[in-house]
Design a protein. Structure first.
Length: 81
């Protein structure tokens, strides 16, 4: 699946958009004083958002794939009601 992601610029842009939106939401949640559940870091998401939004010319696709395929699914589990 990673090979398909690496070859598909639309999938990469969609992943970037998801991570940027996640980071923006994390900043808002953190600013409201809500604690992150175990395994979730609002700060990491916000930092990732800043890198993707402002330093997109140096995006490391191995890192974005790792975030999309491992970190975000783990967050989904941690954040599930």
């Amino acid at each position: 699946m990673e090979d398909a992601y690496d070859a598909d610029e639309v999938a990469q842009e969609a992943g970037d958009s998801l991570m940027i939106k996640t980071g923006e939401a994390a900043k808002t949640i953190a600013a409201r004083g809500l604690a992150a559940p175990r395994g979730v870091s609002w700060s990491d998401a916000a930092k990732n958002r800043e890198k993707l939004a402002h330093h997109y010319s140096i995006t490391d696709r191995d890192v974005t794939w790792q975030t999309l395929s491992v970190s975000l699914p783990a967050w989904a589990t941690a954040l599930a009601p």
